[in-house]
Design a protein around this ligand. Structure first.
Ligand SMILES: [Zn+2]
Length: 73
């Protein structure tokens, strides 16, 4: 009886552990803002040539920043 429960437990654990690749989207994302701008950018955006301040994307949105038209934020 105990052995069969153990097998069920191990099977459920294996199933729940395997497909996690799609859940990384919800992890907080670092974006970049400039001193004077009102947009946030991806790391390699050309608009970051003057200044580049890293900030959490959720925080940037909370402060009123919007996504850059060029790089999409
Ligand atoms: Zn940009």
């Amino acid at each position: 009886m105990k052995i069969s429960l153990l097998i069920i437990f191990l099977t459920l654990t294996t199933i729940s552990c395997s497909p996690e690749s799609d859940q990384t989207e919800n992890v907080s994302q670092t974006v970049y803002i400039t001193k004077s701008g009102t947009k946030f950018h991806k790391e390699n955006c050309q608009y970051l040539s003057k200044s580049k301040i890293s900030i959490d994307k959720e925080v940037a949105i909370g402060k009123g920043f919007g996504p850059c038209r060029r790089c999409g934020g």
